[in-house]
Design a protein around this ligand. Sequence first.
Ligand code: NAP
Length: 318
Amino acid sequence: MQEQSDRPPVGGSRAVRLDAFGGPEVLDLREVPAPQAGSGQIRVRVTAAGLNPMDWIMTADADTAARFGLSLPAGFGTDYAGVVDQVGDGVSGFAPGDRVFGSALSRAVADFVVIDPAGSIAANEAYHTPDGVDDRTAATLAIAGRTASAALAVVDPGPDDTVLIGGAAGGVGVFAVQLARIAGARVIGTGSAASSDYLRDLGAEPVVYGDGLADRVRALAPGGVTAAVDLHGTETVHAARELGVPDGRICTIAAQVDGVPTANGANAALGALEEIARLVAEGRLRVPVAASFPVEQIRRAVELQAGRHVHGKVVIDL
Ligand SMILES: NC(=O)c1ccc[n+]([C@@H]2O[C@H](COP(=O)([O-])OP(=O)(O)OC[C@H]3O[C@@H](n4cnc5c(N)ncnc54)[C@H](OP(=O)(O)O)[C@@H]3O)[C@@H](O)[C@H]2O)c1
């Protein structure tokens, strides 16, 4: 086993834990024994954890938790970034002191996570954090970045496209808007009236969601919309159909509509996450962090995100 010499003392560490499934009120910051890297594993001193709606959706009730393989007492949060501080026997490609980011299913909001670097997406994975990407930003990339990439892969936007993105101002939206723009497409993004300037800054032409969406999009793009991605519900799917977009060029990530393809972050192309991290490092893609909270304020952070009007990502500092 290799260890980082200036690591925090082994023994005491903090983790967000829950003894019952439910809302933010069940989340507690606890002193727990620091996990140790076994053979084939690395231990990461987590410095930042990015929140996603799936974190509080999967811990909200026992049935959903069971579908994700969670049992009590459970941890919380999935996307993390930090520094490797232990490397078990048989691990190659990682050394103490390496900056890493990735996913640790429902256990990322903790001082330490143990990762099997050969593991699977969302459950257990680590990638090297490129120079030029800070830890807060690295902690936002895995789920939202890969989901946006998977959704766009379904509709495959290019310079001849006008893409309608529903829920464009949220955590997945910020990646979807910018990736579609990088692919050369014109992007129209739905948001509340309060999100218009924010969407413009990202590179999207804003349109307000709600009744009459298709008419407002038609006024903005008389030449037509050629593809659509719905990141919020089904409204954008229905507007896109009304505007004549074929089902094969519509994708949803948060709801099901018969005949319309869905996308999931786990289906993103191999290398999609590394490509997103590279774009961030090159300054070609930016991730707005709407708010960051010290870990002691985990409940407040979840309440903010669960309000569903966050612009970009919410990050927990550890
Ligand atoms: N399938 C997958 O792999 C996968 C992965 C990640 C996420 N998801 C799901 O995808 C959804 C989006 O995730 P996220 O991380 O982007 O969520 P998020 O960050 O919580 O989204 C917040 C955004 O939703 C917008 N919004 C609120 N009400 C809206 C409405 N009626 N119509 C359109 N937009 C609305 C808000 O815009 P305003 O502030 O302007 O209202 C806000 O910017 C969630 O349901 C999540 O569970 C699925």
